[in-house]
Design a protein around this ligand. Structure first.
Ligand code: NAD
Length: 428
């Protein structure tokens, strides 16, 4: 497993090598403020106790409380958490929201736990985290394999432990507990806003653009749905186990409706090559495809929306798409990034494309603190404003300095973080 934190720092150093950043500011970002390791004992349904490894990395609180998701996955590691926390610091600076960066996780395959075990694990993790999180300290949110229900358990346990009503301690919670309208779809919706603006800036017609999306969870589904609604043709979709491609969508037909695929997935438990409505099976339109094949499909746009390091030296040369819109965090290795850049493929980087999630998390936190709630339309308008504002600044830096969107995004983040360091006297 490559050291993901070193990979993340490579991206930062590439931007810093342009010579516009104070080396001391760069050095400050190379070290997370705090790395927490926990052991979480959980009483399993059979009465036995199992121990799980938990992490929280608080990378930087320069611009505000630590902010970042919690993931449950079998491969969670300290280096991965550090990288993801660092990306949150960068992303919140690009989004220009008053947060620092953090990330947490538990090494567990949640699919192997019962709902009761998952709840006890979450409450145990919250007990371990309790002293280190809070509305003005560190604000968790959902990430891979965690959702609103898990955030509700976290909130409940935190409130029991502190004796305070504290909805702003966590975002991505259910709406009856103070969650925000639009949070669930925010990451995908935000990605669609950025991608769509890029497509329009380059005079391309969305209705003629074909898209393949890898990952069909919160982000992948919402992104596919948002692009489908804007007229893009979704011709490939995959989750961790399976995928489908729609060859007819590349012709005159409109491509797949992600909602339809979701319904079928919910029925069958997986994305499959055949979709049966009543007795009629549609095996003609949809062919089976693996998540790996999906990335090298002959399409205009690929959207990695699952996990890190899926675009590597090995497959970067084979990518046929003209645009890669990174919705997962860290889906492209630095080596692959260089290959894509050399081949003239545009990468809309994770720290810009997927910032819609943390942006609406910030809206949720702001509503909780003020004791107000905004309508879905208000959230939508504000999200669009924020996404477009960040996209335009990054685009203009990229044009001016003749650098990639990723390097431009890092330059923007570095400038904002350096200004905060200077204002606090961290650097002179
Ligand atoms: P999720 O758990 O809801 O969904 C993950 C999806 O990826 C699932 O469909 C899973 O089957 C699939 N998957 C896992 N491994 C895969 C593989 N090797 N190939 C293909 N598919 C695979 O998680 P999510 O919240 O949608 O997060 C996805 C990515 O987006 C992560 O990198 C996460 O850090 C990032 N992200 C999430 C948010 C958010 O708001 N949830 C915000 C910003 C970034």
């Amino acid at each position: 497993m490559p050291n993901l934190f070193n990979q993340a720092l490579t991206q930062l150093k590439k931007a810093a090598s342009l010579g516009v950043v104070d080396p001391k500011a760069l050095e400050a970002l190379e070290f997370p403020d705090r790395t927490l390791n926990f052991t979480i004992p959980v009483r399993m349904d059979d009465g036995a106790t199992r121990f799980f490894e938990g992490y929280r990395v608080q990378h930087s609180s320069l611009r505000g409380p630590y902010k970042g998701g919690i993931r449950y996955a079998p491969v969670v590691s300290e280096s991965e958490m550090k990288a993801l926390a660092f990306w949150m610091t960068v992303k919140c600076a690009i989004a220009d929201i008053p947060y620092g960066g953090a990330k947490g996780g538990v090494k567990v395959d949640p699919k192997k736990l019962s709902e009761g075990e998952l709840e006890r694990l979450t409450r145990g993790f919250t007990r371990a985290l309790c002293r280190f999180i809070g509305p003005w300290q560190d604000v968790p949110a959902p990430d891979v394999n965690t959702n609103a229900k898990i955030m509700a358990w976290l909130l409940d346990e935190y409130e029991i432990l502190t004796g305070e009503h504290a909805p702003a301690v966590v975002t991505g919670k259910p709406i009856p507990l103070g969650g925000s309208q639009g949070r669930e779809a925010a990451t995908g919706e935000g990605g669609a806003i950025v991608l769509d603006q890029y497509v329009k800036d380059h005079g391309m017609d969305p209705k003629k653009m074909t898209v393949a999306v890898q990952g069909f969870g919160n982000v992948g589904y919402a992104m596919a749905k948002a692009l489908h609604a804007r007229g893009y043709k979704i011709v490939g979709l995959a989750d961790s186990r399976n995928g489908v491609r729609d060859d007819n969508g590349r012709g005159k037909e409109p491509g797949m409706d992600p909602f339809h695929i979701l319904q079928e997935k919910q029925e069958k438990g997986m994305i499959s090559g055949c979709y049966c409505k009543g007795s009629v099976c549609d095996c003609e339109h949809y062919k089976k495809i693996s998540p790996e094949q999906l990335l090298v499909m002959d399409v205009d746009i690929i959207v990695p929306a699952a996990v890190e390091n899926v675009i590597t030296e090995k497959n970067a040369k084979k990518i046929k798409a003209k645009i890669v819109c990174e919705m997962a965090n860290g889906p492209t290795t630095p080596e692959a990034d260089t290959i894509l850049e050399r081949r003239g493929i545009t990468v809309l980087p994770d720290v810009l494309a997927n910032m819609g999630g943390v942006t609406v998390s910030y809206f949720e936190w702001a509503q909780n603190i003020q004791g107000v709630s905004w309508s879905a339309a208000e959230v939508e308008t504000r999200l669009k404003e924020k996404m477009l504002a960040s996209y335009r600044v990054v685009r203009d830096i990229a044009r001016e300095r003749k650098v990639s969107f990723r390097t431009a995004a890092y330059l923007l983040a570095l400038a904002r973080l350096e200004a905060a360091m200077r204002a606090k006297g961290v650097i002179k």
